[in-house]
Design a protein around this ligand. Structure first.
Ligand code: ATP
Length: 371
C-alpha cells in the first residue's frame, strides 16, 4: 500500500468546496454571537471565562491521548502565565507545559506560524520528558514513524508518516501553506481542518503531534474569527474520541479530504456551542455570587465555590452531606442546618431522600446542555 505522502500529487489536497458554505456561515454566525455575548459580561468575568476555556482545552487535549492532568494545577498555571493572582500551588511539569502552550497560543494567534514557534510549543509540552531524542526540534530517528495500536505481539499499523529526513522540507512547505491560506482567507473551517490533518500526516515530532496539531487548528480558528477566545475543539473531539481516530484513519489514504473536512467542521460547530454554554455558566456563576455573597456564611460559600470549580459537569453524582462535612470541615448538625438553609434560599437544589439526598447548584440546568 502507498501511504498518502507517496502519492504523486502529495500534498495537493482536494475537496468539494460547495459542502462548506453552510459550515462557514454557521461558524462566523456563532463567532459573532460569542463576541456579542462577551459585551454583556465584566472584564473579570471574561478573564474567568478565558481561564476556564483554556484549562478545559488543556485538560481535554491531553485526555484525548489518555493523559489525565490535575485540573487545579492547570488552572493555577494558566493564571500564573496570564499574570493573574494564583493560589500559590506548584504545578507539575506536564500541567505547566500544556498551560504555557495554551496561553502562548492565544497571545500569538495573529502572528504567522513559524518553525521556531512550533519548536517552542514542543519544548513546552515535552517539559520534564527524558525519554526522547529530540525536544524542541523535528524528529531525526531513522526508524519509521508509525501510528500503531493493538496487542503488543500483533500490532496494527494505522499509518506510517514520511521518513525523518524529509521533515525539514515537508514542514517548510506546510508552514508556508498555513500562512498563505490564512492570508488568502480560505474558509476558516477548511483552513483549520486541513491544517490539523496535514500536520498529523507529516507527524513531525517524536511525540506530542496530536496536541500540537489541535493547537494549530485552534490558531486557524482564532485567525478566522479574529478573536483570541479559543473554540474548545479538543473538548468537542474528546466527547467521541473513537470517531476522531476513525475519521483520521479514513483520511490518511486519499488526497480528497471532503469527508474529513465535514467531520471536522461538525466538531468546530459543536465546540462553539460548548463555548456558548461556558459563557452562560460563567455569567450564572457571577450572578450567583452577587446574589448570595451576603446571604451565605463562609462554610456555605466555600462549598458553593467548590461546586463551581467542577465546571459544567458539576459534582459527580451531586453533593452529599458527607461531601459537605469534608469540604466545610464541620459537624453533621451544622451541615444539616447549612444545607437546609441553602435549599431554602435557592442556592442549592435538593434531589432524592434520606441517605440518597444529593444537592446541586441551580446552575446545573445550564450544565446539562454540554455536548
Ligand atoms: N490513523 C491516523 N492517521 C493519522 N494521524 C493519526 C491517526 N490516528 C491518530 N492520529 C493522530 O496522531 C496523534 C497521536 O500522535 P502523538 O502520539 O505524536 O501525539 P501526542 O499528542 O503526543 O499523543 P500521546 O500523548 O499519546 O503521545 C493523535 O492525537 C491523532 O491526532
Amino acid at each position: 500500500m502507498k501511504w498518502i505522502w507517496q502519492l504523486p500529487n502529495w500534498p495537493q489536497f482536494t475537496f468539494d468546496t460547495s459542502k462548506f458554505t453552510h459550515f462557514e456561515r454557521e461558524f462566523h454566525r456563532n463567532a459573532g454571537v460569542i463576541i456579542g455575548s462577551l459585551t454583556a459580561v465584566s472584564a473579570d468575568e471574561v478573564n474567568e471565562l478565558r481561564i476556564t476555556l483554556l484549562s478545559n482545552e488543556a485538560l481535554d487535549t491531553s485526555k484525548i491521548e489518555g493523559e489525565l492532568l490535575d485540573r487545579d494545577s492547570v488552572q493555577s498555571s494558566i493564571r500564573k502565565q496570564l499574570g493573574l493572582q494564583t493560589d500559590g500551588r506548584r504545578a507539575g511539569p506536564k500541567e505547566t507545559g500544556v498551560a504555557q502552550m495554551m496561553v502562548d497560543l492565544v497571545r500569538s494567534y495573529q502572528e504567522p506560524l513559524t518553525q521556531e514557534h512550533l519548536f517552542l510549543w514542543h519544548k513546552m509540552i515535552m517539559n520534564g520528558r527524558i525519554d526522547l531524542e529530540t525536544i524542541g526540534g523535528y524528529r531525526a530517528h531513522v526508524d519509521p514513524m508509525q501510528i500503531v495500536s493493538g496487542r503488543l505481539d500483533m500490532p496494527k499499523v494505522y499509518y506510517e508518516a514520511p521518513p525523518s529526513d524529509r521533515m525539514e522540507v515537508e514542514m517548510n512547505q506546510y508552514i508556508d501553506w498555513f500562512n498563505r491560506a490564512a492570508e488568502a482567507q480560505i474558509p476558516t473551517v477548511v483552513h483549520a481542518g486541513m491544517a490539523h490533518l496535514y500536520f498529523e500526516l507529516i507527524h513531525p515530532f517524536e511525540d506530542g503531534n496530536g496536541r500540537i496539531g489541535r493547537t494549530i487548528a485552534e490558531k486557524a480558528l482564532a485567525i478566522g474569527a479574529r478573536q483570541s477566545l479559543i473554540t474548545s475543539l479538543s473538548s468537542a473531539i474528546e466527547q467521541d474520541k473513537k470517531a476522531y481516530y476513525q475519521a483520521l484513519e479514513r483520511a490518511n489514504t486519499s488526497l480528497n479530504i471532503t469527508e474529513w473536512l465535514i467531520y471536522f467542521s461538525e466538531k468546530i460547530l459543536e465546540a462553539q456551542v460548548y463555548v456558548q454554554t461556558m459563557i452562560a455558566f460563567v455569567v450564572h456563576k457571577a450572578r450567583y455570587l452577587e446574589t448570595y455573597s451576603t446571604q451565605l456564611n463562609d462554610r456555605q460559600m466555600k462549598v458553593a465555590l467548590r461546586l463551581f470549580q467542577e465546571g459544567l459537569a458539576g459534582f459527580k453524582g451531586g453533593l452529599s452531606a458527607e461531601n459537605y462535612i469534608r469540604i466545610a470541615k464541620t459537624s453533621r448538625a451544622t451541615t444539616t442546618r447549612d444545607l437546609a438553609e441553602m435549599v431554602e434560599l435557592g442556592a442549592l437544589r435538593k434531589q432524592g431522600k434520606l441517605r440518597h439526598t444529593r444537592y446541586y447548584l441551580p446552575i446545573q440546568e445550564v450544565a446539562n446542555k454540554e455536548p
